[in-house]
Design a protein around this ligand. Structure first.
Ligand SMILES: [Zn+2]
Length: 269
């Protein structure tokens, strides 16, 4: 499943093709993904110029000079293909620029979404309105202390609550807790100030390293059928059940809130 670094990498890759360009053609190859495409999507995008791209949590944002923002979510399997040699069965939305370049949103499982809210109302758009701050730089130890005060839920569960911090998924919650040496099962309100400070530093670190790794794959994006956003990453604990930790212990897997948590019981207290 794409997490924040994949979305950020995707946005940076799309920006190289779309930013500043006029959208000459919009092709919708079906009516919906997880929900229907906006009925007037083609009409509002065709002829518009892209004036910037961005990301909020795991939503990619493509702003146009008509005051609209195309908001996309990759769901479980979504990705954009750059200049595909041929349009395939799962390419559901295809944008062609005035330069003749094409990007196709490919989503075999169709858990993704595409919407077109007004740019000036983006903060109030339902999916974005309730989100907490971005994990890449806005979160401090003092802020976590306040957000977690009195909370008895496991710290891992609160880290993944999008109303607390936006865009931090399972992989990077596990990795950040490992780096900060915090037991993921610990009640959030009981984590010490020093450990929360370490956590506030670890979150942008693990995300930043993954974004940098993804960025290095963008060199290849001009190749035919270049797929944006998926790249291999090395994890310290995620998906490493039973593998050794540097401390001599072994990585353990437990299930919290229906999701696998990976951690080292020896290092993380
Ligand atoms: Zn360990």
């Amino acid at each position: 499943m794409p997490e924040l670094p994949e979305v950020e990498t995707t946005v940076r890759g799309l920006a190289k093709v779309l930013d500043g360009q006029r959208i000459a053609a919009v092709e919708l190859r079906r009516e919906d993904l997880r929900r229907a495409f906006p009925a007037d999507l083609g009409q509002r995008l065709t002829g518009a110029r892209v004036i910037g791209l961005g990301r909020r949590a795991k939503y990619g944002l493509i702003h146009t000079d008509r005051g609209d923002t195309l908001v996309f979510h990759l769901g479980m399997s979504g990705h954009w293909r750059v200049d595909p040699a041929a349009i395939g069965k799962h390419d559901h939305l295809v944008l062609t620029t005035g330069e003749g370049r094409r990007v196709a949103l490919n989503d075999a499982r169709r858990f993704g979404s595409v919407d077109l809210p007004r740019t000036d109302a983006l903060d109030q758009w339902p999916a974005l309105r309730a989100l907490g701050p971005e994990p890449t730089g806005e979160v401090t130890g003092a802020w976590l202390k306040r957000a977690f005060a009195g909370r008895t839920a496991p710290v891992k569960a609160l880290l993944m609550d999008q109303r607390v911090i936006a865009g931090l998924g399972n992989i990077y919650a596990c990795e950040a807790l490992y780096r900060a040496r915090i037991d993921p099962r610990k009640p959030a309100g009981k984590v010490s100030r020093a450990k929360l400070q370490a956590l506030a530093a670890a979150i942008p670190e693990v995300l930043g390293e993954a974004i940098a790794a993804g960025g290095s794959t963008l060199r290849d994006f001009a190749s035919p059928d270049g797929e944006l956003g998926y790249f291999s990453k090395a994890f310290a604990v995620y998906d490493r059940e039973g593998r050794p930790c540097g401390c001599g212990g072994a990585v353990k897997r437990i299930v919290q809130g229906g999701r696998s948590t990976f951690f080292c019981p020896k290092c993380q207290r």
